[in-house]
Design a protein around this ligand. Structure first.
Ligand code: NAP
Length: 514
């Protein structure tokens, strides 16, 4: 490995509280699936690696279809009723208890995120704390669990009748989790699924499933009915049968657009929440506070090594401030320390997949061959460590042809381009196939208003870089970036079915007109 100094060999210890969910094979932990009532095993195991040095730190059993089938039968048979029959007020208390248990096991979970996901320590604790916060905000979701009363008075056919429209859980939600927020994403999807009374199955990411195994153990300890939850660690490429299963009513997927398309093809008629790929543009107006914009943009490029759906991948700046902005961003990128995420001074750790580092190198080469300039980075510092990279592409047509514009490269790489005015910025942003978020830096309210109206994205952040956080503000994409919304109170709509109840009182002489 060149360039990155590791603190030492990677060692992973399963927290004491989680010892009973693993087998020990040749001294290494092998994590067990949870089959809606019992911890299982499997027909084969798959290695779990640490991205820090790509060493194997454990393994997990892949359950055979017989076991998956058993788990789905339990979830759909008794589990969905076990979840629904817990009164709402007690479901909230289970979520609160889960938050407390996560708090008690904060260090174990953060350690798993550092070692298995390669998160810098501060980000790892940030993810655990966001998960606790999300659970403790669950009571805010409850306000969306309301219905309608519809008097029949306004149509001659429905006179002397009345209707209620209420929400009820669909039954079984399957959560498919990406590698970049394995713990928070599981907690978030579980919170909005279980709160209205759904049973919950989770398919963890193959690269870093350990935090999801920890989650299940704590959820059971918190009092989630044992037959209302399952952990099915099946590799994505083999998950077609699971996704298509008719006992699953809702699929909540966070992942790449390509996976989203595949799941939609396989799943048949179900409800979907799809939080898909993106990478966000930042538009900087000539009257922006350029120093603050540069700092925030650099954070948006480098946070978790650019492995965030809301990472900044494109900067469009009005010409009068373009030169100064670009220099300031480069200065900020130079300050970022790349290295071992176990070192508290490190800001950017490894990429989960060495293949992505190669993608960055290829994208830079393609851009330079097309006449772009490399302003910073562009070098590999190890198989899966890469410098934050900024590429200048001054020609709009060239930019729009490049891979780094057309696709989402899931690493710390962004392009910067000068624009004539906001119309040109709108044209460029809307020509991307993604539409997750956009950031605008500046003061001119007329320009900002125009951008807000025309940008085809799910969220616009003004004088801030996009950060979904715990979903206090809802987020989700348009176009190739997804279907539906995640965020407190906003996902309830998609995991609950509307049911209309009509009461007929005709001829009973009891009707009071409205
Ligand atoms: P990914 O490769 O698409 O995988 C996501 C999950 O889908 C994993 O659990 C994966 O399993 C599974 N999967 C893959 N193919 C599948 C199939 N055919 N059927 C069922 N499941 C399948 O994405 P990732 O690399 O983990 O995560 C990064 C992506 O997520 C980026 O594109 C990012 O933008 C997006 N993301 C979006 C948001 C948002 O809010 N919009 C938030 C975070 C991340 P395996 O791991 O076993 O392959």
């Amino acid at each position: 490995m060149t360039g990155v100094k590791l603190l030492g060999p990677v060692e992973f210890e399963v927290g004491e509280a989680f010892a009973d969910i693993v087998d020990r094979v040749d001294g290494r932990p092998v994590f067990r699936p949870y089959l809606a009532g019992e911890w299982g095993r499997g027909e084969r195991v798959r290695d779990i690696k640490s991205p820090i040095d790509l060493s194997v730190i454990g393994a997990y059993y892949v359950p055979g279809w017989g076991d998956v089938d058993k788990a789905l039968e339990r979830l759909h048979g008794s589990g969905r009723w076990s979840a629904r029959n817990v009164p709402g007020e007690r479901r909230i208390r289970i979520l609160e208890r889960l938050a407390d248990l996560i708090e008690e096991r904060r260090d174990d979970i953060a350690q798993a995120l550092v070692i298995n996901a390669g998160k810098p320590i501060k980000s790892a604790y940030g993810e655990v704390d966001a998960s606790i916060d999300r659970l403790r905000r669950a009571s805010l979701d409850v306000r969306k669990l309301i219905g309608d009363y519809i008097p029949g008075d306004w149509d001659e056919h429905t006179l002397e009748s009345e209707g209620l429209v209420r929400r009820e859980p669909y039954g079984v939600v399957l959560a498919i989790i990406p590698f970049n927020y394995p713990f928070f994403d599981t907690v978030n999807k579980f919170t909005y699924s279980f709160l209205p009374g759904n049973a919950f199955a989770v398919k963890p990411p193959s690269a870093d499933p350990i935090p999801v195994f920890y989650f299940i153990k704590l959820a059971l300890e918190a009092g989630v009915p044992p037959d209302a939850i399952a952990l099915l660690p099946i590799p994505g490429k083999e998950a077609g049968r699971l996704v298509a299963d008719r006992r699953i009513n809702v699929i909540s997927l966070t992942g790449s657009t390509e996976t989203g398309v595949e799941v939609l093809k396989q799943a048949g008629i179900k409800q979907f929440i799809m939080e898909l790929g993106g990478g966000d543009p930042a538009i900087v107006l000539e009257d922006a506070d350029i120093e603050s914009a540069a700092q925030k943009i650099a954070a948006g490029i480098t946070s978790y090594s650019g492995q965030r759906c809301d990472s900044i991948k494109l900067i469009l700046a009005e010409k009068p401030i373009y030169g100064e902005l670009k220099e300031l961003i480069v200065e900020e990128l130079k300050k970022v320390r790349i290295g071992d995420p176990r070192d508290p001074g490190v800001g950017m750790g490894p990429l989960i997949d060495p293949g992505t580092a190669d993608e960055v190198i290829e994208a830079v080469k393609e851009a330079l061959d097309a006449g772009a300039a490399l302003l910073h980075g562009g070098r590999k510092l190890g198989p899966n460590y890469i410098e934050p990279t900024l590429v200048e592409v001054t020609d709009k047509e060239t930019l729009m042809r490049l891979k780094l514009f057309r696709d989402e490269i899931f690493a710390s790489i962004a392009a910067i381009t000068p624009v004539r005015d906001v119309d040109e910025a709108i044209e460029i942003v809307n020509s991307r196939r993604y539409g997750l978020d956009a950031a605008i830096f500046g003061k001119d309210i007329n320009k900002i208003r125009k951008l807000i109206r025309h940008l085809e994205v799910g969220a616009v952040y003004i004088n801030e870089y996009p950060r979904h956080g715990i979903g206090y503000y809802p987020f989700g994409g348009r176009k190739d970036s997804g279907i539906g919304r995640e965020g407190i109170g906003y996902s309830i709509d998609q995991v609950t079915a509307l049911k209309t109840i009509v009461y007929n009182y005709k001829g009973k002489g009891i009707w009071e007109y409205m």
